[in-house]
Structure formats: structure tokens, C-alpha cells
Design a binder for this molecule. Sequence first.
Ligand SMILES: [Zn+2]
Ligand SMILES: [Zn+2]
Length: 382
Amino acid sequence: MLTNSEIVELTELRRKLHRRPELSGEEVETAKTIVDALNAISPTKILTSLGGHGVAAVFDSGVAGPTVLFRAELDALPIHELSNNPWASAVPGIGHMCGHDGHMMFLLALGRSVSRNPIAKGRVILMFQPAEEDGTGARAVVSDAAYNDIRPDYAFAIHVEPGRPFGYVSTRVGLINCASKGLEVKLKGKTAHAADPEDGISPALAVAKLIPVLGGLGKGGALDDNFRMSTVTHACVGEYSFGIAPGEAVITITLRAARDDALQAMEDEARAMTRGVAAEYGLAVSFDVCDAFAATVNDAEATEIAVTAMNALNVENGDAGLPMRASEDFGVFGWGAKAAMLCIGPGEGYAALHSQEYDFPDDLIPVGAAIFERITRDLLNS
Ligand SMILES: [Zn+2]
Ligand SMILES: [Zn+2]
């Protein structure tokens, strides 16, 4: 249990981080602040520079038992915050508009508890991952050689999700967040004078053909095992000009599916269809993949552990709003571990994630901390 003064301290630290947000992959000062806060509670070991600016604290009982990882995120978003709060972002154009500043406090609160009352067996890992928002951080962390020493048996994360009552937690066995990836398609022909377009190779008609084809790869609909969604997010042909027949074009699409293998199949289809249309118009084609997220899928045992902990604490829970189309980098921590993602409500009428008005509700700090502490005690103190 957190004391009142600890709640005040963690609230102040949350607001301090909120004022100094850093983008994905650039979380230098945030990581330093976290390391300072961890040093004050004396974990067995602190790992830094994990997969970029990732930080992990290890609390090792010295007794054989499971390794239990709790995940938070270091990064903020390229969103300008609209707020008059004294702790509003002091960095123009960048804001903690996904609640990651608050998620970090759940972990520091758990660290204080474990520091005060050590676990009886196994290990607790407090994992502060970098670059969650672009889907690169978790993969970079798990492929870092240093991660081999802290590979977990269980992994848990809590993310704030507006649209739920305050303190209500949604979770379920199976799909929580879809797999997704951005695919950039570049078409290359040849420019010409606008008066002599026949001398060039324009990608304009190929783009006109590809937009409905690529956008039609997945129609959305019910979020079941066969869910596929394709969204054309951007398209550009040539330069803004009246004298040049275009020679290049870019289309970007975001592909989404309920399973990693289904997403890969969609990507293969997108590439094949694009190659076909490009060949038809005599265009060269190249591809790039961005923001690739694995599906987040909850393990049955890990979910049961989390639900048991919440019921013991009288935390109202269910599966409202799940699964979600949006993606989450946590899925990668479930590779080789039993993982569960929990979505906690901030209360009705709360601003949406990634909106300019979003702010993490500090009153959730003790709620999330209590859930993590109970899971820890149930797994490592019995
Ligand atoms: Zn986000
Ligand atoms: Zn987030």
C-alpha cells in the first residue's frame, strides 16, 4: 500500500515528467529521471540503454521462482497539448497524450512496495520500454542481449483507456489489440513537360487504380479472428506544379488484422497487387514498412491471475470495449511469456487518448499500483 506522502511524491513526479515529454527513441531525460527514482529504492540491479533508452529494475529475492515483468512506456507524442494545468507540457508540439507518464508511476509505486517488503521468491522486473508509440521499442528491448538475463515467465501492463468508469478494468483472454503496420508504396516513372506528357511515365493512373485496391484489402467489420482493415492514410503524385507531368508517387496505407499471420498475408497481397499495377504502367516500385505492431493477445493463466488479484481488491472488472482495433507494443513481451494487458478507465467524459486535451488522472496511481502489488504478492509471496 502506498502512503499518502508517497502518493503525493509520485503525483509530483508524474507531473514533472508530463512537463518534459520526449518523443519515441529520444527518451534521454525521462530515462535519467526514472533511473534516479529507482536508485532511491535500491533494486538488486538497474539495466539501462535497453533497446535504445529502455530502463529495467530487477528486484531479485535470491530464491528460485518465477520472473514477473511489469511494463510501462517512456515516450510521448508529437501532439501539442491544450491545457492550462501548471504541469502542462513545456515542450511545444510534444505531449504525454497517452498516459505513459502515469503508467511509469504504477511501476515506481510497485518498486517502493517491493523495496519495503521484499518478495519471498523469484524476481520482479520493472520494465520501462522506449518507443512504444511507433512500435519499435518492445522489439528492440527483447532483441537486446541484456534482456536475456531478465526474460520473464509472466508479463503485465496497465494502459489507461477512456470510455470506461473510473477504476474499472477491462481485460479478457485472447485478442486485446490488433496487429498493424504502415506500408509505404513508392512508384517511380519519369517526369516530362506538361505540354508533352507522352514523353514521360506518369504514376497518376496507377495511383488512381491502387487507392481503391489497397483500401479494399480489409473492410473492417466485426472484430473477430478474421478481422482485416486497410486504411489509405496518404497519397501524393508528383510536385505541386502546372508545368510538369509527374514522375513519382507515394501511397501510404495502414494494415490491421486480428492475428500476426493474417497481417503478414495482407502485406503480401498489398505488395503483389502493387507490383502488378506498377508493371501495367511501366513503373518501378519500392516498399517500406513503418510502425509495425504485433497483436497483443492475453494468455489465459496470466489473465486469471490478474482477475483474481482485482477481485481480491474489489476492483470492478469485465471485458467492456475489448478487443480494440488500435495497436499496442506490449504484445511483443508476450512472446515466450504468459502475458496480460489490463485497460483501466479514467471515468466518464474523459478526453480520448492522443487528443490535445488528454491528461493522465493522478487518482489512478494508487489503483494501478494496488493491482500490480497484489499480482506480485500472489505470485511471489505465497
Ligand atoms: Zn498512444
Ligand atoms: Zn499508450
